[in-house]
Design a protein around this ligand. Structure first.
Ligand code: HEC
Length: 99
């Protein structure tokens, strides 16, 4: 069981290094209406940047993917090979609107 986990990890990292990261280009962007709050930004930086450096390069980029990001974490599709804590999930889903 432990073995399989590492195999997935190794194959996964080979895939990413060979294609230079993920690109969300094929997904439609939305208009940026609400910028993510600081906590949401930090959580995305910690948990998503490993694979989505290019996709989420600026706050604007993240903002234009708001609905997609929320949907992906809510359904558990993302982060790939990992799982957010309940707290991290809430921080992203609520988009942490700081006053
Ligand atoms: C281990 C690498 C990895 C991590 C970490 C990761 N992703 Fe992804 N992500 C991928 C890959 C690979 C794809 C493209 C494959 C696909 O479309 O299912 C993808 C696709 C997506 C998509 C578009 C497809 C969909 O299912 O909606 C979104 C949105 C997304 N990621 C958001 C995120 C967010 C938000 C995080 C952090 C919470 C995150 N990802 C963390 C690897 C990763």
């Amino acid at each position: 069981m432990k073995h399989r986990f590492f195999t997935v990890l190794i194959i996964g990292s080979m895939l990413f290094s060979s294609c230079g990261g993920v690109r969300l280009k094929s997904y439609e962007k939305q208009d940026c209406e609400t910028l993510p709050g600081q906590a949401t930004l930090e959580t995305i930086e910690n948990r998503c940047m490993l694979c989505h450096k290019g996709d989420f390069a600026t706050v604007q980029d993240i903002c234009e993917r708001k609905d997609l990001i929320i949907d992906a974490v809510e359904t558990g599709r993302m982060p790939r090979f990992s799982k957010l804590t309940q707290q991290e999930l809430e921080i992203i889903v609520t988009w942490q609107q700081n006053p």
